[in-house]
Design a binder for this molecule. Structure first.
Ligand code: SF4
Length: 351
């Protein structure tokens, strides 16, 4: 197939149904066309603004057995830990002192170790330090999401990991996460509970990305129809296999990533697009041009690491590939002509 097939193709009218052809075409000219259109659409909707945030791990206990994850329940060598409420306070204070105003609070997926009541108390504490508190936790019931929303959380992120049901079953050996549908329907429950900021994404590399990404976009599209008042942030993390894992994974190279991010921007012009520190500094710096609007900065993935790096209490979930501090990321963005923003809104209920 050549680019000629797309002679009358208009990137601004892209539809999910076009993706089979687009993703199956390796033509460089097509990629450049998509990337150029994505860059223009991003400028139109977001200007040159990148929002910065940092993850904050409060627990790394997990009951699930996702074969691709170093944190899974069967890995007994992982040092598990959970912060007490006063340790959460200290951790929030330390992270906020770096200049971060937006935090993504994470727990491992263990209802026993991190029950909703614990997450709720953590949200209340974090709300004293950050104008924006988002969560990445296990799938909850609507009422539980509502109680976290009323405690002050602004958004929730949930990765479906893979939209291929068979592969999902094969990769999730045990634990509550094995229930595909319960997880798939979680963003709808979040929206029902009142959340207006939802983060979503597949974990790229678990299946063939040409098949995976269109299914992910179809999921976001159906939610947009059902919950039009919600703002969505799309993430495209690439898997980084853990050392002992002999799993079968699928390549997603840097060119593929440019295509995926560009197409995401064109299909969802108003959505946030997030780029995590799993990616290398040089790749992060290059790909922001094509649609990225959010980046984590100065990230640590161990429990309690901001307050005292020496005494970080548990193993980290993954190795951070971009170790730059908030100041260094801001400098890079300014040099590239971007406006780094740590907070762009305030909670009028507390004003
Ligand atoms: S991916 Fe999440 S739920 Fe799965 S084992 Fe790792 S920490 Fe647990």
């Amino acid at each position: 197939m050549t680019h000629n097939r797309f002679a009358h193709f208009d990137p601004l009218r892209l539809k999910i149904n076009d993706l089979k052809l687009i993703f199956g075409n390796e033509d460089r000219g097509l990629l450049e066309e998509l990337a150029g259109a994505a860059r223009a659409v991003t400028r139109q909707y977001f200007g040159r603004v990148i929002s910065l945030y940092a993850p904050l791990y409060i627990s790394n206990y997990c009951r699930n057995r996702c074969v691709y994850c170093g944190f899974q329940a069967a890995r007994t060598r992982v040092v598990r830990s959970k912060l007490t409420l006063s340790e959460i306070e200290r951790e929030c204070e330390a992270l906020a002192s770096t200049g971060i105003r937006s935090c993504l609070m994470l727990t491992g997926e263990s209802r026993f170790h991190s029950p909703p009541s614990y997450i709720k108390e953590a949200v209340v504490i974090a709300g004293r330090y950050f104008p924006n508190v988002s969560l990445e936790v296990y799938a909850l019931e609507t009422e539980e999401y509502a109680s976290l929303f009323h405690a002050g959380a602004d958004g929730v992120t949930m990765f479906q990991e893979t939209y291929d049901r068979e592969r999902y079953d094969e990769l999730h050996l045990a634990g509550p996460k094995k229930d595909y549908d319960y997880r798939y329907l979680a963003p709808g429950r979040m929206a029902e509970a009142g959340f207006r900021h939802l983060g979503m994404g597949p974990l790229l590399g678990l299946t063939e990305w040409h098949e995976e990404v269109p299914r992910f976009f179809a999921h976001v599209h159906s939610l947009e129809k059902d919950y039009p008042g919600v703002e969505y942030t799309l993430s495209f993390p690439r898997i980084r296999p853990v050392p002992a894992d002999k799993g079968r994974y699928f390549e997603v190279n840097d060119r593929d990533m440019v295509k995926i991010v560009s197409v995401g921007r064109l299909l969802f012009p108003r959505a946030g697009i997030n780029l995590s520190t799993r990616e290398s500094p040089s790749f992060r710096d290059r790909i922001i041009e094509f649609g990225v609007t959010k980046m984590s900065a100065g990230s640590l993935t161990s429990v309690g690491g901001y307050a005292d790096r020496e005494k970080a209490q548990g193993d980290g979930q993954f190795e951070v590939h971009d170790p730059r501090s908030l100041v260094e990321i801001k400098e890079m963005l300014i040099k590239k002509g971007y406006d780094p923003v740590v907070t762009d809104w305030r909670n009028i209920a507390q004003a």
